[in-house]
Ligand binder design. Sequence first.
Ligand SMILES: O=c1ccn([C@@H]2O[C@H](COP(=O)(O)O)[C@@H](O)[C@H]2O)c(=O)[nH]1
Length: 235
Amino acid sequence: MPATTSPLIIALDYPDMAAALAMADQLDPTRCRVKVGKELFTRVGPDILKALHQRGFEVFLDLKFHDIPNTTAQAVLAAAEHGVWMTNVHAGGGARMMEAAASALATRQLETRLIAVTVLTSMEQSDLAGIGLDVTPLAQVERLASLAQQSGMHGVVCSARETPSLKALCGPDFLKVTPGIRPSFAQAGDQRRTMTPGEAMAAGSTHLVIGRPVTQAENPMAALAAIETELGGRA
Ligand SMILES: O=c1ccn([C@@H]2O[C@H](COP(=O)(O)O)[C@@H](O)[C@H]2O)c(=O)[nH]1
């Protein structure tokens, strides 16, 4: 049985274990999952995963691996061996990289969900042009999501703006994990392709990643409760 069926994933973007656990200890593992990203994992290491697992949380280890196929596959394996619920790679690493990572997990019969980042939610069309991609974010997300699905990924990270197209392109069971979630009370900050929690669920997101709108709110639990209410009660 999963710890939760909630679509909510709270991003624990903190500089140390104490701050991350102070937040986690206010959360309920039956009402959300948590995400450990580059800042927290690089500062604290695998001990943070152990501490969150001991508290009953399912953890998304968001390290966005992007390297040659062998290195990426071994890194994904190492993540899965920590018992995380989900981890990820950059789809831009290409089909052979994603296939190597998926096959490393399959060979070891590890059940960690492996998803691929398409286009970061902080990027808009001008950012893509800046790296030589003369396409819309939607076209690039569609292209990378198809490649990710063909390469054995369980889903993708994209913005909620692209989920209706991806539902049609990749089917309803393909995971659509969407950061860039901004409730009406929150600032967009560095995010560009945003949606509110309610809009994102209606658009077909399977999971919503939410960081600062909760973790940097004056009252984080009130912010989370407001999001749950927007989603129709306890998510
Ligand atoms: O495209 C992406 C991929 C990952 N993220 C991560 O999600 C959270 C979002 O945090 P907010 O504070 O709600 O903006 C953060 O950990 C990012 O590293 C993303 O935003 N976009």
